[in-house]
Design a protein around this ligand. Sequence first.
Ligand code: HGY
Ligand code: MN
Ligand code: MN
Ligand code: MN
Length: 411
Amino acid sequence: MINQKRIEERIEALSKISEQNVEWVGVSRRALTDEDREAQALTKSWMEQAGMYVHLDPAGNLIGRKDGLDKGAKPLVIGSHIDSVLNGGKYDGTIGVIGGIEVVQHINEESIEIQRPVEVIAFCEEEGSRFEDGGVFGSRAMTGEIKSEHLDAKDEKGITRRGALERFGLAPNEIFTKGIRREMDLYLEMHIEQGPTLESKGIPIGVISGINGRYFGEMTVEGEANHVGATPMAQRYDALVGASEIVIELEKISYRYGAPAVGTVAKMNVMPGYPNVVPDRVEMSGIDIRDLDNERRDLIVEQLQNKAKEIAQAKGLSVEFNDRLRMSSALCKQHIIDTMEAAAEEMNVSYLNMASGACHDAQFMAELCDMGMIFVRSTGGSHNPQERASIDDIQLGTELLSRTALSYLKY
Ligand code: HGY
Ligand code: MN
Ligand code: MN
Ligand code: MN
């Protein structure tokens, strides 16, 4: 039986492990921090209680495993993440890891015989909330996409990802020397929706068709510092005006393509930032463009960068681009969607077929094996302290995750 109370207690316990800051009321647990280490230790203890043996791979992924009778079979893997954005919610990522552990605990408690091994992974650094490259790291490293320069990305204190991994007691070079790619037969992830769709339709569960791909990058606009009083408007080279037009342009392009295309600029660093001085440099970071169709996403990036060049030229400014990350979109496998839908119908639970606007570890695992995702209705948005999900909906999602997993674990 899926134990709702245990799930609820574990979500609460993880939410208490958070970096402290007077402005933050939400959960702040960035990758490879002391808080992340503490959360991993607690998660490891739950994995062990569920009868799994647990290890940390060189990229900081926490991996629990329970063997099946068929020793040579590739495992079914259930995963998500326990790191968070700054001042975020307590459900994003955690319900997928806690739910996966609950499935294995259920298998143990009911002495269910499984043929295929099952693994639960809490991936390291799913959120791009600490290092400058906005990277997803742990699950991406498993696909072999991570290169040495990704280890040199710094956080705001100048600590590199390599340094943070080493402080975690890991040897990051083993990512390259030993390789961390794992054999997997199938990957499942349960996650809160983080958007308004299920709530607006009054449906508790989403059966996911695909996950948006993502571009992540920066732009730097340069103009000329000058006197705000003595310089006529027509003789200025105001970098902030140029940057602002680029932001509006991204919104226009995103609307033009319509859902699921989305575009955001997260941050602008305006310099010199003094009163009485016309801004001469704007660093635009967290330029985040997503779509279910990779080509369309790249077209949006290209159109934005062309428009930025036109704006800069017209205003006597210069603009430079820094493309940091491109994550491919991923489709969920039809046989898993069918299995999930059949299980939901058995449970008499209403569900919605939908795509994921948010990105997930699942889209990297889709490069290694067949992938499926379950959404649990959430309210209050996400990546903010108002993020909510009801424990009853989380239980439904976990029950569906369990039934779906068991149909592949027993044969
Ligand atoms: O940004 C995302 O979609 C994920 O929550 N990191
Ligand atoms: Mn997130
Ligand atoms: Mn997440
Ligand atoms: Mn209840």
